[in-house]
Design a protein around this ligand. Structure first.
Ligand code: SF4
Ligand code: FES
Length: 248
């Protein structure tokens, strides 16, 4: 396959960036999108040029490190798929693809396709944990958790923190991510003691990081590679309001 790429190149956080056109003539349809970028980079390195910087780690859809806008869609055109699991067979020979970093004020570009997602870490640090003493594993097994609650907690816990939800949201809101983290703890008995304060602290931190507000557009849910549902945002809002009304 032959693919024409227009890739956002930006040498550092403060320098201006621009789209640069590259031809990749030897793309195997079974390559992942990241492997296709590897091929481009091998060619650039051989020519003595700077390779395209992009984030990656597991390359199996579980770590949340990878991500870029492909033709304006976070993680590309395939639903429920991270960029590392998007294979070139889903494109056509001769396609032209525009590859850009996540766009959000809270995620400044570090270089090329790499953005700073440390605001997510600070949202987690604000309350995405359980500090109540929960004992050891046998103690945990004595606490009954309903099947419905454990299923919903596990669904929310599937969030890998990739940031696609923010990148796709016209408001650059982190509500799906924050809601997922609040929900997966708040649905379990161990998460109850800090449930209200957790929601308040994490929402406050998301606001402090300059993420936008959620207006229920739903682009986040549409591109989330882990299919996190909008329900987590409703749950977050309910916990937040409850804690505000209780003056906690
Ligand atoms: S909610 Fe989905 S899109 Fe957002 S960070 Fe989590 S896994 Fe990524
Ligand atoms: S590299 Fe780990 S999810 Fe893509």
């Amino acid at each position: 396959m032959r693919i024409t790429l227009h890739v956002w190149r930006q040498p550092n956080a403060t320098a201006p960036g621009k789209m640069v056109k590259y031809e990749v003539p030897n793309v195997n349809p079974e390559m992942s999108f990241l492997e296709m970028l590897d091929v481009l980079n091998e060619d650039l390195i051989a020519k003595g040029e700077d390779p395209v910087a992009f984030d990656h780690d597991c390359r199996e859809g579980i770590c949340g490190m990878c991500g870029a806008m492909v033709n304006g869609v976070a993680h590309g055109p395939l639903p429920a798929t991270t960029l590392c699991q998007l294979h070139m067979r889903h494109f056509k020979d001769g396609d032209t693809l525009y590859v850009e970093p996540w766009r959000a004020r809270a995620f400044p570009v570090i270089k090329d396709l790499v953005v700073d997602r440390s605001p997510f870490d600070r949202i987690i640090a604000a309350g995405g944990y359980i500090s109540a003493s929960t004992g050891s594993a046998p103690d945990g097994n004595t606490l009954l958790v309903s099947k419905d609650s454990s299923d919903r907690a596990m669904d929310a816990a599937a969030c890998i923190g990739c940031g696609a939800c923010v990148a796709m949201c016209p408001n650059a809101s982190a509500a799906l991510f924050t809601g997922a983290k609040i929900s997966h703890l708040g649905l379990l008995p161990q998460g109850q003691p800090e449930r209200d304060t957790r929601a308040k602290a994490m929402v406050a931190q998301a606001n402090a990081e300059m993420f936008g507000s959620c207006t229920n557009i739903g682009e986040c849910e549409a591109v989330c590679p882990k299919e996190i549902k909008l329900d987590v945002i409703a749950r977050m809002n309910r916990d937040f309001i409850r804690s505000s009304l209780a003056g906690r």
